[in-house]
Design a protein around this ligand. Structure first.
Ligand SMILES: [Zn+2]
Ligand SMILES: [Zn+2]
Length: 273
């Protein structure tokens, strides 16, 4: 068996059969583990870059295998979505940063493509809580006005946001083709910013759960309305206290801060500023 290289990764990305791709990566991984066992104790601990790369690769393939899982949930609870979003920010920063696994992900194409409408005049408003998230469809002719909650998560192929209706209904938003100016994007989509999404695509994502997808960023209109100082825990506006470590989020009081840290995974995304 040859060494596993990035060339192999590219080949796997083109492989339509993801379970076969997983078997191949796993084969290399097991072979490596066996080789590791055979080593003399004086060489231990043995830490190989290839091992980490293969492990990450398996993680991503597992993520992709969940494609077939359809949970068909009308709307996920808010706390669940926040925890998951922050877990994803954490994993991107710690595990997948600077890696080449984007090729594996870009090989997955959505069945439909979302586009901006020809005219805004004919658009009819739709509320987040009215949307049936068990479907996979572009809501043509509709416009969804929502507020950005939390910090964005920069993925390989798209940027993920959490959005809410200003109340308790929350959803994930995945925007493609926004470019790589992460600082500007973070500023444009800062927490509390209200946006209107024309022709939103209700998409069953790779993890088997729903999200709003935007392929054409021109479909997003900024009204200029911003809810100031949204509490990172309860989402009320005009919260007074900032997290003294990251300085990126604010809270109504100590209680909201503690609950956000423990229940909503702020601890995973809080880095010293
Ligand atoms: Zn609060
Ligand atoms: Zn913090």
């Amino acid at each position: 068996m040859q060494f596993f290289t990035l060339h192999h990764l590219d080949m796997l990305a083109l492989n339509k059969d993801k379970s076969q791709a997983r078997r191949i990566v796993e084969q290399y991984f097991k072979k490596g583990e066996l080789a590791e066992k055979d080593q003399l104790p004086c060489f231990l601990p043995y830490d190989s870059q290839t091992k980490t790369k293969l492990q990450n690769c398996l993680d991503i393939l597992d993520l992709n295998n969940n494609l077939t899982v359809t949970k068909a949930v009308r709307n996920e609870p808010r706390t669940y979505l926040i925890r998951k979003h922050r877990q994803m920010i954490y994993e991107m920063q710690t595990k997948f940063l600077n890696s080449n696994y984007s090729t594996l992900l870009t090989s997955f194409k959505a069945p439909k493509t979302q586009k901006q409408p020809h005219s805004m005049a004919i658009l009819k408003e739709i509320q987040l809580k009215e949307i049936d998230f068990t479907r996979d469809e572009v809501l043509t002719g509709r416009v969804l006005t929502v507020r950005v909650f939390d910090l964005p998560s920069f993925g390989f192929t798209s940027i993920f946001f959490l959005i809410d209706d200003g109340e308790n209904t929350m959803q994930r938003l995945s925007v493609y083709n926004l470019g790589k100016d992460y600082e500007q994007i973070s500023e444009d989509f800062k927490m509390g910013t209200w946006i209107s999404i024309m022709n939103p695509y209700v998409r069953q994502a790779m993890d088997g759960e729903a999200m709003i997808r935007v392929d054409d960023p021109k479909s997003i209109v900024f009204s200029g309305k911003i809810s100031e100082k949204v509490c990172s825990y309860c989402s009320k506006s005009n919260s007074k206290f900032s997290c003294s470590k990251c300085l990126k989020v604010s809270y109504c009081d100590k209680e909201c801060q503690i609950k956000d840290w423990k229940e909503q995974n702020h601890k995973l995304v809080c880095f010293k500023s």
